[in-house]
Design a protein around this ligand. Sequence first.
Ligand code: SF4
Length: 368
Amino acid sequence: MPITEIYGPDDFAARPQGKVITSPHAAPARTVSALPTPSLEWTEDVERATAPLYERVKHVIPPIEWPLMAPTIHAISELKRARNAVILAHNYQAPEIFHCVADIGGDSLQLAVEATKVKAGIIVQCGVHFMAETSKLLNPEKTVLIPDSLAGCSLAASITGADVRLLREKFPGVPVVAYVNTSAEVKAEVDICCTSSNAVQVVESLNAPTVIFLPDRYLATYVASKTDVKIIAWKGACEVHERFKGEELRAYREADPSVQIIAHPECPPDVLAEADFTGSTAHMINWVRNKRPRRLVMITECSMADNVRAELPDVEMLRPCNLCPHMKRITLANILQSLLTLGEEVTIDPELAVRARRSVERMINLKN
Ligand code: SF4
């Protein structure tokens, strides 16, 4: 059913004006037991210790760059042990982080859920701020660190908790679904969360004729095309995925009719219309593993194509990808710093956390 109603910040006269900040909860670095600053020299020991890691990324990181990265990667491994820490990395992190320092990689929900199963007391989240918040929601007793708390997200920044309350006033009794790409403040105001993998299932689980779905207008459009539930959307968008154009994909297809195209549902409808497969990051990766296409156009953030190519070098990737500037705020250097100083710690107001956690857990507990 096509979307007929879509709202945004300009549609509410009562909305407080001003810039939306999505990373206000990171606490300053604490005073912690000092650890010696590690040596970052390229030595024979470092070369030997990191050789198995280079094997994983040799198809995407040139040999000339490895001596510049390997000492920091080695130092991070040592510090992880000393701090009893675990590193979670989103699929959009650069290969030297995703394949070489992360203990767990995946999409935001996979990361948070997996984190509940680890024994380490410290989680370093290599991703953006809402992901670190989700990890903190599901692991309240653990210390969650983000190497750069300014790693935001255009989707999370598009809506506030006050916006959700205004939507509820306008549509009393209509349930609200929030994509996980939202702040804890927004999650606290909604009925249930969803990911791009389970969005249709979550919407239909509410057994309501109409659902407010926020904040991604394109994911909302995709969901609306798959269900009879009427969707009221919000005008948010991912600044990475909304830049793709259907015409650029048609050009790839004309150049090589055998090329396979897969796209993330945060893309506009004219892009999805050109795709052979549409799915979340986790579903896209599984699709490539199963199908092993000869030549592939992966319509999502650039680093995911690198990470898949590192694992499956026989798949030729064509690269009309876009970088996420927020994801790229996380670097080997600030991961190292985070482990040394235990900064920046993600904290969430306890009362708000109870309500936000309920929305996330309601989604996790949905039967498949
Ligand atoms: S890729 Fe898009 S949705 Fe993901 S963090 Fe970047 S801006 Fe947000």
